[in-house]
Design a protein around this ligand. Structure first.
Ligand SMILES: Nc1ncnc2c1ncn2[C@@H]1O[C@H](COP(=O)(O)OP(=O)(O)OP(=O)(O)O)[C@@H](O)[C@H]1O
Length: 383
């Protein structure tokens, strides 16, 4: 999808990764802005016709630890349904956590009420995936972008309209389009309106949930470059959620890889892309468009089969049912997310049998799904 995307070269001007992973997930070198520990979100499942009772839970997020330094961008990747969006919504407190702790700028905000959150509401903003659904079609761009100022009763010097015009200019839109409606803009322009709205209150942290995946490939790079500029020039920290590793690579100083409600690997960009240790990270990287086995000799791993149900996740390591390295221990002992031998400080991996820290080729393809392997074998045998 993203092979046509050309992005500005990533500059390493942002905070360096931490030299220790003491917090359990590695932190950016700067002052910690957001700290998440043991975060859980279980969605109850109710059954029964007459008397509704709780029959189980969707364990969307199941014990997640990470932190984000001021001005740093943490990328969060993983297949659909692994809990990325839920994590983003927990951080912005659009959802109430089931367990764990969220600390923002030194304050515990885990269970704060709407009213109690008011003082920091403006500092944490969200950019949504769908620029069509997230903008009210009946409002002008001016009222959409100024709404956060109105809701929070903020009156910038020079007035709200002047500020909105400035914001439109920052995101690359014509300030004269203040009175236009969303349908008069293209998808990329609408996402720029979403970015302008998120910037209206001078946020310190933006959670961007798949901000470009609904856009045309040709437009994706422009919006990513805009976000990158915003992050660098305005010093805003980002939790950048995407399934596309190529996009995250250019945007994030650190990357967290999620699988079935858990972080399985986290580290600085170079560690994750050049020295990944978790088999799942290897699989995701090999599936990325950049990983052309003919070009760079990378292994090709077909991550076949679906992610198991988060209602009843596999025991021990959750990836074991799709992992080519799984052994008995993986079913009985959950591997902790720690700095394993060979990893640099801050690069943490949750695996009993990690891969070599390399992305060079294996001798043969790995097929993760035994059923698929059997089908392929049968096909080969059939003349
Ligand atoms: N309100 C809800 N009620 C019940 N289950 C939910 C709810 N929201 C999310 N889930 C479930 O939680 C799990 C994680 O969903 P989530 O949207 O966080 O994943 P994701 O990694 O962001 O995937 P995607 O990229 O498809 O959005 C999924 O199994 C999803 O079906």
């Amino acid at each position: 999808m993203s092979e046509q995307v050309t992005l500005d070269q990533p500059e390493d001007t942002a905070p360096e990764p931490a030299k220790d992973g003491a917090s359990g997930a590695g932190a950016g070198g700067g002052e910690t802005l957001l700290e998440v520990s043991g975060l859980q979100k279980y969605f109850p499942i109710h059954g029964g016709f007459i008397v509704k009772r709780r029959v189980g839970d969707v364990r969307a997020v199941d014990g997640v630890d990470f932190s984000i330094a001021a001005g740093e961008s943490l990328g969060m990747v993983g297949e659909s349904g692994c809990g990325k969006s839920t994590t983003g919504r927990l951080v912005t407190r659009l959802l109430e956590p089931t367990g764990g702790k969220i600390t923002y700028a030194g304050q515990d905000i885990t269970h704060r009420s709407r009213k109690e959150l008011a003082p920091i509401r403006s500092e944490i903003q969200m950019i949504f995936q769908d620029p069509y659904a997230s903008l009210n079609p009946r409002q002008t761009v001016g009222s959409i972008v100024s709404a956060p100022m109105e809701i929070n009763d903020i009156n910038p010097s020079g007035g709200r309209e002047k500020r909105v015009r400035e914001l439109l200019e920052i995101v690359g839109l014509n300030p004269e389009h203040y009175n236009r409606f969303p349908h008069e803009f293209s998808g990329g322009q609408r996402q720029r309106i979403g970015v302008a709205r998120a910037l209206a209150l001078d946020p310190k942290l933006i959670v961007a949930d798949e901000p470009v995946s609904a856009l045309d490939v040709s437009i994706q790079a422009q919006v990513v470059n805009l976000l990158q500029r915003v992050q660098k020039e305005l010093g805003i920290a980002f939790l950048f959620i995407a399934h596309d590793l190529a996009i995250v690579r250019h945007f994030s100083q650190r990357i967290a890889v999620m699988y079935l409600g858990k972080i399985v690997e986290i580290g600085d960009r170079a560690s994750i892309y050049e020295r990944p240790r978790h088999p799942y990270t290897h699989a995701l990287l090999s599936a990325a468009p950049e990983a052309d086995p003919d070009d760079d000799g990378r292994e090709r791993i077909r991550l076949a089969g679906d992610v198991p149900s988060p209602i009843n996740p596999p025991s021990g390591c959750r990836f074991r049912t799709r992992c080519w390295k799984a052994q008995d221990k993986c079913a009985t002992e959950e591997p902790p997310l720690v700095q394993i031998g060979g990893n640099v400080a801050g690069h943490l991996t949750a695996c009993h049998f990690p891969e070599e820290p390399t992305i060079t080729a294996r001798k043969e393809d790995i097929v993760l799904d035994p059923a698929l392997a059997a089908i392929e074998e049968a096909a080969e045998e059939t003349p």
